[in-house]
Design a protein around this ligand. Structure first.
Ligand code: ZN
Length: 501
């Protein structure tokens, strides 16, 4: 058994090497690559993906997994070896259901569509994207059909990102959440809007970067095992557990942009940096789901980084770095500015309270498209109608409407968005559990100390990597299933104070 397990690990390490070599190419593509490298880079990445897929779906891996089943069953469920075999089998069974030619064709189509979108969005040209998006929808449905027996056609696609969740589960949670959010948004937006002009002054990039890096270093992001570079659309990427990078962008006329995206990506990165090093080069060395990953970025960006206590400590430092801009701005004004709630058009710029309404619109539209109750032709109108009814705002064009998110234009339609809101909900759930274990966490944050929170997250979430599913993790940490109450309580307490509700 030991020899077979070793052979499995050797094969998985090769797959992992190809995947992470590809991640280096993708990181370079989005940071430093000159435009002239685009065509060759696309081909190189496609080649590496194909090789990784072929190696992972090799029947030899299937045989090893079969041979190792008795060994797995002799071990406790949560042992490292049993978990490695279990998680690998789940991914193997998923990946072998989809023919390699289909994966290749889908990836090629996604690359062409993405390239077209980078031009069509600034040009506000949805018509150009329509035929490509129709093909994407067709591919998405065919992909789902490789997993027959679903209740809803979106289920297999949701499962890729948030394993174990079905459309009906997500719908139930979202309905519950919406019932709480809509009155909260109404109560807040019936008041005069917060003044956030203090954020919209000139903030030199180098100083923004300096402050952001000071903060994430204090959070516990390890620069010996990571670095930060500039990009257009910030992301986190990992080449190994010893090299977990983040990217960011700065807007010299809006302090919030770069700062909060840096805090956000550092949360994703600390999760990966905290995975048990023994899992290196295996499928366990990964976040467990889109939702859990997002819960970690949201914890540091919002629950910590937009809290009053955090700024009690860091605001004097920020004023020291930007004396001309902030000398005469009181902490309270700044705190209200970074937590301004407004009905808006763009998801990625939305505040904590309205953000989830943007996600729900996209989730519902994905289901309708996959069901066939909405066509791509009618998509822009359906988008506008939902923004009008759910958020009370109307985009002047498709650029800030249906063309705004990359997801459908660089991948599949289905499963792309629910993780953001599941992550917000989980961030409230996990933070509540951390507070129960360590009620002193908020007081520490107000002193600029994050060790207790970081240590709790490392112990309870980070170190496990992909060993447990999201629902297993939630069960272990909270003793129950996913529930929205702690997140709702967090929002109502914070915004109740801010807006005297
Ligand atoms: Zn994120």
């Amino acid at each position: 058994m030991e020899a077979k397990l070793q052979e499995l690990k050797n094969r998985l390490a090769e797959v992992d090497d190809l995947g992470h070599a590809n991640a280096v190419l993708a990181w370079d593509q989005q940071t430093y690559m000159p435009p002239g490298g685009a065509a060759a880079r696309g081909r190189q990445m496609a080649t590496l993906s194909r090789l990784a897929h072929e190696k992972f779906t090799d029947p030899a891996i299937g045989r090893l997994l079969d041979d190792l089943r008795p060994y797995e069953e002799s071990l406790p469920y949560d042992s490292d070896d049993a978990s490695l075999i279990r998680v690998t089998r789940r991914q193997y069974e998923r990946d072998t259901k989809v023919p390699a030619e289909f994966v290749g064709a889908l990836n090629e189509h996604a690359a062409i569509t993405y390239q077209a979108w980078t031009e069509a969005r600034p040009a506000n040209n949805f018509m150009q994207m329509r035929p490509m998006l129709e093909t994407t929808l067709d591919y998405s449905r065919r992909l789902a059909d490789y997993f027959p027996g679903y209740d809803h056609i979106a289920d297999p696609l949701i499962d890729f990102a948030d394993y174990g969740m079905k459309a009906a589960d997500v719908r139930r949670v979202f309905t519950e959440l919406r019932e709480q959010l809509v009155p909260l948004v109404r109560a807040i937006t019936s008041q005069p809007p917060a003044d956030d002009s203090c954020l919209k002054q000139h903030y030199p990039e180098a100083l923004q970067r300096q402050f952001g890096e000071e903060v994430i270093r204090a959070f516990g992001y390890d620069f010996n095992r990571g670095r930060q570079d500039k990009t257009h659309h910030p992301f986190m990427t990992k080449f190994s557990l010893g090299d977990v990078r983040i990217t960011t962008r700065f807007n010299e006329n809006d302090l919030g942009d770069g700062l909060f995206s840096t805090l956000h990506e550092s949360g994703h990165a600390m999760y990966e940096q905290g995975i048990n090093p023994a899992y290196e080069a295996t499928p366990l060395a990964d976040g467990t789901s889109a939702g859990v990953h997002e819960s970690q970025s949201r914890t540091w960006e919002n629950i910590v980084g937009r809290s009053r206590g955090f700024w009690e400590h860091f605001y004097p430092r920020l004023q020291q770095i930007f004396p001309d801009q902030l000398r005469n701005v009181p902490l309270d004004t700044f705190y209200r500015a970074i937590n301004k709630v407004q009905r808006s058009l763009i998801r990625v710029d939305a505040d904590e309270v309205t953000y989830n309404l943007h996600v729900m619109i996209r989730f519902d539209i994905e289901l309708q498209l996959l069901e066939g109750t909405l066509t791509i032709r009618d998509l822009p109108e359906a988008w506008h109608a939902r923004y009008e009814s759910d958020l009370g705002v109307t985009a002047p064009d498709d650029r800030d409407g249906v063309l705004q998110d990359v997801h459908w234009y660089g991948g599949i339609i289905g499963g792309a968005f629910q993780g953001y809101t599941l992550g917000n909900i989980m961030s409230g759930l996990f933070y509540d559990a951390a507070l129960k274990a360590h009620p002193n966490i908020p007081a520490e944050i107000a002193q600029g100390k994050f060790g207790t929170l970081h240590g709790w997250l490392r112990e309870n979430i980070y170190q496990h990597g992909a060993k447990f599913t999201a629902s297993e993790l939630i069960e272990r940490v909270t003793g129950g299933p996913l529930r929205i109450e702690p997140y709702i309580t967090y929002l109502k307490t914070k915004y109740g104070d801010l807006y005297n509700l």
